[in-house]
Design a protein around this ligand. Structure first.
Ligand code: HEC
Length: 182
């Protein structure tokens, strides 16, 4: 019995070791983005909030959240520019959705106010900017990656990222600013 307990403990330690190695590498399994070779960073869904946006056009309505890893969040809060190596910004995009229940309750609670609430519905894609001034010197120090359903977009898509971020050069190619704390 004691022997089995020892073995179980050993197996748990080994599993912990494997998990540790995976998270130390900081990337999940799966394909990397073309040009920049970036895989989906581990744990990005738990990163802290930089800001939120709405993107609306003739054919789409999206809600978007920008999250940062610890290095990125610290740089945003301190207004540190350029962003230090290791900073990663994630942009999570969803189709806008709404709930009748939410809107009925709001209409009943605030009659005549015409309130309508929307929220993040189905997932669209996730994009990353990874700072490594040397490795990505040709693209302003940032590597770019776009994933839909865990699969990276093609080379043509990734060729468009950096040129389009050039207008934000004065803010180290990052459009998003840190949202005030309410
Ligand atoms: C048509 C121009 C354009 C292209 C192409 C483009 N971006 Fe952006 N990107 C923007 C704008 C404008 C914002 C801010 C508005 C928003 O988030 O919707 C943004 C925001 C971002 C953000 C949040 C950080 C920031 O700069 O605000 C990330 C991450 C990002 N883009 C990654 C990418 C990746 C990866 C690609 C290529 C696959 C890409 N972008 C292609 C214009 C572009």
């Amino acid at each position: 019995m004691k022997h089995i307990a020892c073995l179980t403990a050993a197996a748990a330690t080994m599993a912990g070791g494997i998990l540790y190695v995976a998270s130390a590498l900081g990337q999940t399994d799966g394909d990397a983005s073309p040009i920049y070779g970036i895989k989906i960073p581990a744990g990005y869904r738990d990163w802290r909030l930089i800001s939120v946006k709405q993107l609306a056009g003739n054919k789409l309505k999206q809600l978007r959240a920008q999250l940062g890893n610890d290095i990125a969040i610290e740089a945003f809060r301190e207004g540190k520019l350029p962003f230090p190596d290791g900073a990663i910004i994630a942009a999570l995009h969803w189709n806008e959705a709404s709930s009748e229940l939410d809107n009925q309750v709001l209409a009943a609670g605030f009659p005549g106010a015409g309130l309508e609430s929307v929220f993040a519905g189905s997932a669209v894609n996730v994009q990353f900017m990874v700072k490594d001034a040397k490795k990505y010197a040709a693209s302003g120090g940032w590597g770019y990656a776009d994933f839909t359903n865990g699969k990276p977009g093609d080379q043509a898509l990734h060729e468009k990222c950096f040129p389009c971020h050039v207008p934000a050069k004065d803010h180290d190619y990052v459009f998003t600013h840190y949202a005030p704390t309410p």
